[in-house]
Write a protein that binds this ligand. Sequence first.
Ligand SMILES: Cc1cc2nc3c(=O)[nH]c(=O)nc-3n(C[C@H](O)[C@H](O)[C@H](O)COP(=O)(O)O)c2cc1C
Length: 399
Amino acid sequence: MSRLNNRHIILAISGGIAAYKSAELVRLLIKSGAQVQVVMTSGAIEFITPLTLQALSGNPVHQHLLNPQAEAGMGHIQLARWADLLLIAPASANVMARLAQGQANDLLTTLCLATDAPVLLAPAMNQAMWQDQATQDNLQTLQARGLQIHGPAEGEQACGDIGAGRMLEPNELLAAVKAQFSQGLLDGKTVVITAGPTREAIDPVRYISNHSSGKMGYALAQAARDQGATVILISGPTQLAQPEDVTFVAVESAQDMLEASLKTGSSADYFIATAAVADYRPTIASEQKLKKQNADHGLTLELTQNPDILTTMSNQHPHVIHVGFAAETQDLILHAQDKLKRKGVHMIIANDVSNTDIGFNSDNNQVSLITSGGVEDLPLLSKHQLARQLIAAITRIPH
Ligand SMILES: Cc1cc2nc3c(=O)[nH]c(=O)nc-3n(C[C@H](O)[C@H](O)[C@H](O)COP(=O)(O)O)c2cc1C
């Protein structure tokens, strides 16, 4: 679940060229799970049509304060109470001036007075307008009242000037909105997760693999992202959609996965190995498709052991917190405790794959957490619920 899931965001658009970027911002907010109501000033509708924003937000656009029909629907006080956050983007010089004076002469300014929600402003204007003492005074007044100002950025402007006044990009504003709701357990941390099976080539059309679906690793990637982490998901081939807002690295073989993992070692804070990595690969992957032999001839494949990704990572990057999974069919805890020591890792998450209700391909899982401090059994949970609990448990590992 995204941090913005079901959050109520009012996006208020005022009259500036940057209003065209607000359409993309609505799209990003909706994609992140937020509910969005758009408010436009009479200036804003000269720059972008309400129809575009209505289509993107899925809600009628609010334009008027003194409109009996609108008041019969979601009136200005209801709208002010509905909001978890009010973002004014772009915020024109005119809106800043009106807010600084405490005016309530249109829907946007009235909402700002009426809401208890945090108000964020993304100013956008010509650099001279921004530098003007009146705007700077208004800025100070608004900041002193607790309104949050994001931007403006410097650069080339629509009018040809160069300087401060560009509205922040939609993805930067999305991050600013998300940050309002984040007190993530993993804020500022980088979490690297391996997931899915690997494929070890026999020849150009055949491979050795396993039944791993990747579901647990993908669920962990989403849970870590929702706790504010920067997530790198290194995945073998799966049928799953790539999680949003996660850096996705697609790999095939165990050796590819090891190389991709080692590259992240210097930036990672946590390395979580959920992938079902093939222990062996064919010693020689034939360059040509192997032909079928006579019926009385079998085929013998020589296999070579693959490098152990988790052990290699924990040896080469000891500053990282390493977490492994142990899928066992017998003596679960014993094998997991052995793995904890042998691989030099901080936690082993052990699950019994002989039970078909849990583990590979299932949507549920039941695991035990093994650390040097002991064993903790978790109840049967959906992989998404479990992922949230595991991420919380991982953050409790002493660093
Ligand atoms: C083509 C054009 C572009 C404009 N761009 C901006 C701008 O980027 N920022 C700004 O503060 N005002 C800009 N203005 C001026 C505002 O549109 C004007 O101050 C308007 O009254 C703002 O109304 P509002 O703040 O209620 O939306 C622009 C005006 C025109 C004609």
